[in-house]
Write a protein that binds this ligand. Structure first.
Ligand SMILES: Cc1cc2nc3c(=O)[nH]c(=O)nc-3n(C[C@H](O)[C@H](O)[C@H](O)COP(=O)(O)OP(=O)(O)OC[C@H]3O[C@@H](n4cnc5c(N)ncnc54)[C@H](O)[C@@H]3O)c2cc1C
Length: 495
């Protein structure tokens, strides 16, 4: 079997690469390691929100043409400039993001949302993830305004449908194990397809097969001690194969190999992502409460920023706590702000009581005496004169605590109280291989490896330490699209 372009992976980045290569005239095969029922990698577990530049409601209307008049009247959609996206990327990555890759991500973000729409997929406003209603008006916070209909599953199903329409050959149960590399050029891949080892030939290969988050051994080796104990939020198939195969042919390792995206995740979540549970395991509303460990002490500034700028780094903080666990505590004043899908389901590890003392006594493993002391000190430190406003960084923080809460601080004094037990859920790793803004994989001398392209989680250098929420799908789509185009052009000239 011979192709112009082989794409390795079956998530957002791979599908965008395959569609883009086909759009540019290439004969394309896509090899997905997972069986069909589990296809789509982390992308299929995603909420489906995309971070992209937009200048106001008119741009939102282009992405969501059926936006109703009342939705427009009742919503402040805001705007998100390229400068804001650059600033967010620079700030959260502590100025480490590769400027050329970051520029490609930001500048192509809005147009890539349009391109996904052109593949036949639909977007809706991301009301429940990214806006809060105060009074009669909803206001978007944090620069993300749309999500794909059907979430990550909807995204993956829509892109697979588009791939079929484009006559892309799709192989499931296709575990790619090695790149065929002859005379310093990529010639295809060797794969275990339904238990048969097969060589598939091509002029170009796009690797878009995820990071190493599901590889317990690499996690411990590169992220450090304790990471073997993290729960995997998504796919069990992302074990670093693409990174290893690229390194084997001389690719340059790049990015934050000891860093990853990890979040507060239900304590009793399964070891790997489960499609029937995924929404229920999120616990992202900590910004409205207080987080303590089992020693009864706070250890993060819950209100340092909107959660979209903190949630991806707080999993690591929880992993470092005794028992790799913590508690999010809320009182009745803020319970209405907790996302229903995440907090109010049978699988949530929740304790509820009318008084704080009773609540703490029911929280298994907790030093309740120290916890009560911590929460009383916290209550006394809240700046009660500053009005609470969940739509802005309201500055209603604490005063005099060694570890402040900077925004959205409310006293914990009005029952009923609720506490949720959380642990660390890893989403994806930040280390991988170096690519150019044209998605070519480069060697140690920064020279493209002929015929090799990469996109998605394994294309590194974009995220360090942290991540602005909803950039993963945008990054996969932007660089997947670029990789597919570059691979098709290369394959044409290499033929
Ligand atoms: C619970 C959860 C929620 C999320 N929500 C969002 C969100 O709302 N917005 C957002 O922007 N991001 C979100 N993310 C992050 C986002 O999903 C990822 O950043 C993105 O999907 C990664 O895309 P990808 O194509 O690089 O990898 P994946 O989608 O993981 O795809 C990798 C693919 O490679 C395949 N593969 C692996 N090894 C091989 C091999 N050897 N041979 C063949 N195939 C192989 C896998 O089976 C898989 O299909 C979320 C992630 C999770 C887990």
């Amino acid at each position: 079997m011979e192709y112009d372009v082989i794409v390795v992976g079956g998530g957002n980045a791979a599908l965008c690469a395959a569609l883009s290569a086909a759009e540019h005239g290439a004969r394309v095969a896509l090899l997905e390691r997972a069986p069909e029922a589990e296809r789509g990698g982390n992308s299929a577990f995603a909420g489906g929100t995309f971070r992209a530049v937009y200048s106001g409601v008119e741009d939102v209307r282009k992405w969501v043409p059926d936006l109703s008049d009342s939705e427009i009247a009742d919503t402040d959609f805001g705007s998100y400039s390229a400068e804001q996206f650059f600033d967010d990327m620079a700030r959260v990555t502590r100025y480490r993001t590769d400027p050329d890759l970051c520029e490609a991500l930001v500048r192509n973000s809005g147009d890539t949302v349009n391109w996904i729409r052109a593949q036949g997929l639909r977007f809706i406003p991301a009301f429940s993830f990214y806006s809060v209603k105060t009074g009669n008006k909803r206001k978007f916070r944090g620069g993300v305004v749309v999500e794909i209909v059907g979430g990550g599953k909807g995204l993956v199903n829509g892109l697979f449908d588009a791939a079929q329409r484009r006559k892309i050959d799709i192989f499931y149960d296709a575990h790619v194990q090695q790149l065929l590399y002859v005379d310093k050029r990529i010639r295809g891949v060797r794969a275990d397809i339904a238990d048969q080892i097969i060589d598939l030939k091509s002029n170009a290969v796009v690797l878009a097969c995820g990071g190493f988050e599901a590889n317990i051994e690499w996690r411990t080796r590169y992220l450090g001690p304790g990471w073997d104990l993290a729960k995997v939020r998504g796919s069990r198939f992302n074990t670093g194969d693409g990174i290893r195969m690229a390194l084997d042919v001389g690719a340059q390792p790049y990015g934050h190999w000891s860093g990853c995206h990890s979040t507060e995740w239900d304590l009793n979540a399964p070891d790997f992502g489960d499609h029937t549970l995924v929404e229920k395991m999120h616990k992202h509303c900590y910004e409205f409460g207080v987080v303590i460990n089992n020693d009864g002490r706070r250890f993060v500034d819950e209100g340092a920023d909107f959660r979209t700028y903190t949630y991806a780094k707080y999993g690591r903080e929880i992993l470092a706590q005794p028992g790799q666990a913590a508690w999010q505590i809320f009182d009745s004043k803020v319970l209405h702000l907790l996302r229903r899908d995440e907090y109010y389901n049978k699988r949530a590890t929740r304790v509820r009581a009318d008084t704080l003392e009773e609540l703490l006594a029911r929280m298994k493993g907790l030093d309740a005496g120290q916890a009560l002391k911590t929460l009383r000190e916290y209550n006394a430190a809240v700046l009660k004169d500053v009005p609470f406003n969940p739509n802005v960084r309201d500055g209603r923080g604490t005063q005099g605590l060694a570890l402040p809460k900077s925004n959205w601080a409310n006293t914990l004094e009005d029952g009923p109280f609720e506490a949720y037990a959380v642990t660390c859920g890893i989403t994806f790793t930040f280390g991988g291989v170096k690519i150019t803004p044209d998605a070519e994989v480069v060697d140690f001398r920064n020279r493209p490896i002929r015929g090799l392209f990469a996109a998605g989680e394994m294309a590194a250098g974009i995220f360090y330490f942290n991540y602005p929420g909803s950039s993963g799908l945008t990054s996969g789509a932007v660089f997947g699209r670029i990789a597919g185009r570059s691979a098709a052009v290369y394959a044409g000239s290499a033929a």
